[in-house]
Design a binder for this molecule. Sequence first.
Ligand code: ADP
Ligand code: MG
Length: 315
Amino acid sequence: RENRGKLPRYPGLERWILIEKMGDGAFSNVYRAKDSLGELGEVAIKVVRKYELSSSQRANILKEVQIMRQLNHPNIVKLISFSESRSYYYIILELCPGGELFHQIVRLTYFSEPLSRHVIKQVAEALQYLHEEKGVVHRDIKPENLLFEPIPFMPSKTPKPRNPNDEDKVDEGEFVPGVGAGGIGRIKIADFGLSKVVWDSVTMTPCGTVGYTAPEIVKDERYSKSVDMWALGCVLYTLLCGFPPFYDESISVLTEKVARGQYTFLSPWWDEISKSAQDLVSHLLTVDPDKRYSIEQFMEHPWIRESDEETHPAA
Ligand code: ADP
Ligand code: MG
């Protein structure tokens, strides 16, 4: 699988042996690489093309790195180091070889309730750390930015299709998730490219102000956290049924649907999904940010607190 010959060489990145390209974005390529010194093992390297960026976009990359430096949580991709050459920024990251949650949804069609809970809880734990301990809002939570860590995600069976009319999907019985070897790996939030610090975690005050903070700034902070909660609702909806809550070919129609919070628990796909799961989704996909669930409320919801014991009893 190594195709070193075809991969580019970057000045200043000589320590790392590129193994394969794992992803690409508008201004960056992400590679899997290994340490030629053998000290750090495998990593992911996000190579950003500086010359295609405006000065404010460059500042955003530096901000992304600055924010990641302050973070230390098992469900957040760790920054290993950062360097640059004349033309590139090199962001060296903890490797998540399991790839994007997005691909796993595509592969499995949708996730069972226990597996959805297992995944969304980890995302929520990372959000709780970001929102409550670090004053950071991510602002780009989506299945492409949620990555699986080393433990291979290898269910032996695909889940039963919920729609009885879907004849092309074979029924191979229920997939029971496990957390250890052979089960599902830990999930990590990546891509802090749009993230923002809303309050100072040292002084515990909204950013840049002490004591003279206007109400709209305090509100703004609360609103930006609720942006992540809406996105969490979209991810949970998508996990449970396999398609997103809001979709339209036309961007303007889609925008209107989102603005109105116009989504449904579409039959037959949602028929067998518990009312409790639907209740949680609806508290996240609430248009009024003041009424939308906060991370604390999410954690307290019965569907989240429910144990998975019935599905996979403790060994
Ligand atoms: P962009 O701003 O271009 O979306 P991302 O940081 O999201 O940049 O990286 C783009 C893609 O590269 C991700 O969606 C993922 O597929 C892959 N990727 C990024 N970081 C890692 C990592 N640490 N481990 C494995 N794959 C990664
Ligand atoms: Mg991304």
